[in-house]
Design a protein around this ligand. Sequence first.
Ligand code: AMP
Ligand code: MG
Length: 380
Amino acid sequence: MQTKIVRIEDKTPVREELLADAARILREGGLVAFPTETVYGLGGNALDADASRKIYAAKGRPSDNPLIVHIARMEELEPLVTEIPESAKRLAEAYWPGPLTMILKKSGRIPAETSGGLDTVAVRMPADPVANALIRLAGVPVAAPSANTSGKPSPTTAEHVIEDMNGRIDVILDGGAVQVGVESTIVDLSGDHPVLLRPGAVTVPMLEKILGPVELDPVLTKPLGPDVHPKAPGMKYRHYAPKAEMILVEAGDEGETETDCNGPEENCGSMRVVKEISRLAEEAVRAGKRPGILATDETAPLYRTGEVRSIGRRSDEASVAHNLFAVLREFDSIGVDIIYSEVFPEDDLGLAIMNRMNKAAGHHHIVVGKDGSASETLGG
Ligand code: AMP
Ligand code: MG
């Protein structure tokens, strides 16, 4: 299949004539990759079971993993669900269009292929102007998982999508780099209280401001017990994985803050992490391996060994989320053998960043104690 690549230079406003062809293809059952503010999506008509089957085939994704249905306007929600709870209305008011997906009870219009056989459906209204105009012009709700081959990091540029999907789908709309860089927040509103299933740029405090207390899905917080083997079926830890093994290195003391750390000579948490990663990288090189180091603007100049990449500024978590998947893909393409990564505080957007990092690393951590001793864990 020949994939048509359409470059969209200017998004404000989008020239709709550039999208007309893609919108028609969606309506007629074809597949179109498009930018959203979170990551690139691989879209098909959500009401067309065949289109959903094609999405699973193009991604190589198991067909019991349901798709998120994207809409452009609030009126489009009602036909897709049995009821719109008050909580969903309030969340939509506050955060739609935006990086938030809600799980609601599905109506009969959603085929089982789209919802992975569940009686609920995931719905989101994206804010990206290309995504919004495309869905509106298509005139159908658009089922769209991330536009990557299953098991690869989600695509945050059109180049990533071309790498994975060229020749497999009808159209790729190239709208440049996405804004957020991690997938949408998913909150389940189909039960009697809201549950966070996936952290994203709509953070827990943002949800709780509207909903009151939100439960976190145990899988987001619970460390693996010693009796649970990390490769057990259903534990999709390699879901967002780079090719190389990845290990997260963290300081093992509570309460120590960055302000305790004033210079490279000091033994504060972040410096101990830099020292341990440097030691591990040197050890890897001696063993004939090529290490990658996932660092930050603040720490990158301190590393002397390995392929060092800064993921963004520690002082600006949004920059870290924005670059995370691109850096993981870059490690894939340059072919490092092992990746050592710094970690981030698990608050606000940090919860989303660490969720993706933990998946990429299969929850493999090395904890560096105050005395410089290092211990390994496969827990959360
Ligand atoms: P992606 O489309 O690649 O961002 O992945 C979609 C995510 O949404 C997957 O983790 C799905 O398991 C999840 N999801 C979609 N629909 C539902 C649903 N009805 N209930 C629970 N999770 C869902
Ligand atoms: Mg995905």
